[in-house]
Design a protein around this ligand. Structure first.
Ligand SMILES: [Zn+2]
Ligand SMILES: [Zn+2]
Length: 258
């Protein structure tokens, strides 16, 4: 099959590789769509948990073309999406029900073969039917799952007000999840007008333009309007410099997430 292969940091090729073969409880999916996110850029540079050579792509969806003999709940032809993580279930964190911190964490598209290929192999328990979603829509399952995990951690309460920095895909997804999970007043701050327009239409009660060159501008606006701060302050920009600036917008007893 053809696949994108990251061969070393900063270098990739479209090349011919062996097709995955399903065994035991494995399923082979013919990839129909695969999303890209900043994680892919980190992996491309050899950062995060990259393990080369690597077929990237952790946000894939497609059609089942092969099921191994022990697979019970899926058939060839079904449209599916997959959880790309592989957790050991035995390490210090897994045995304490904190398996996202698994010490033997493997991830399709990060350090195991992922979805930028014609076919990808996944274990049955990580496969989910997409029930009529388009392949492109289904690729959002992975980033939305990350957002839902974020909301689980934030645990918003009815009546909370929240300030969220960033209106990229993660910010837009998180905004909607916060709004539909109890946040009463959601303010989103970001530097790009068209993204603010999207988030305003979908979830935010108020949007504030961020001046990347002069943080004091938007910080004064926010501080002036919300002198007591917010119950929840979230950074969805991924910029480490942002984290330390969040606290000044947080109410006493509030939550900061980055
Ligand atoms: Zn991603
Ligand atoms: Zn583990």
């Amino acid at each position: 099959m053809r696949a994108i292969v990251y061969e070393e940091p900063g270098k990739y090729r479209l090349k011919e590789v062996a097709n995955p073969q399903a065994k035991d409880n494995e399923i082979v999916i013919k990839v129909e769509a695969c999303g890209l996110c900043r994680t892919d850029l980190h992996l491309y540079k050899g950062e995060f948990i990259a393990d080369f050579p690597l077929i990237p792509g952790h946000e894939f969806s497609g059609e089942i073309v092969e099921v191994a003999k022990n697979v019970k709940s899926f058939k060839v032809g079904e449209k599916v999406v997959a959880d790309n993580t592989i957790l050991c279930g035995k390490c210090y964190y897994c045995t304490r029900d904190k398996d996202l911190f698994c010490e033997n964490f493997r991830s399709l598209g990060c350090n195991e073969a992922g979805g930028f290929a014609e076919y990808v192999k996944v274990r049955e328990e990580k496969v989910f039917p997409i029930h009529g979603l388009s392949p492109e829509e289904a690729t959002f399952t992975e980033p939305i799952s990350c957002g839902i995990h974020g909301v689980d951690v934030i645990d918003p309460q009815p009546g909370d007000n929240a300030l969220l920095f960033g209106a990229g895909p993660t910010g837009i997804i998180l905004s909607q999840l916060l709004k539909y999970n109890g946040v009463t007043n959601l303010v989103v701050a970001a530097p790009t007008q068209f993204k603010l327009d999207i988030v305003r239409r979908l979830a935010a009660d108020e949007v504030i333009m961020v001046n990347r060159n002069d943080y004091s501008e938007h910080e004064e606006i926010i501080g002036g309007k919300y002198p007591r701060g917010f119950d929840i302050v979230v950074d969805a920009t991924g910029a480490s410099t942002m984290a330390e600036r969040l606290i000044k917008f947080t109410k006493y007893g509030g939550k900061v997430i980055f």
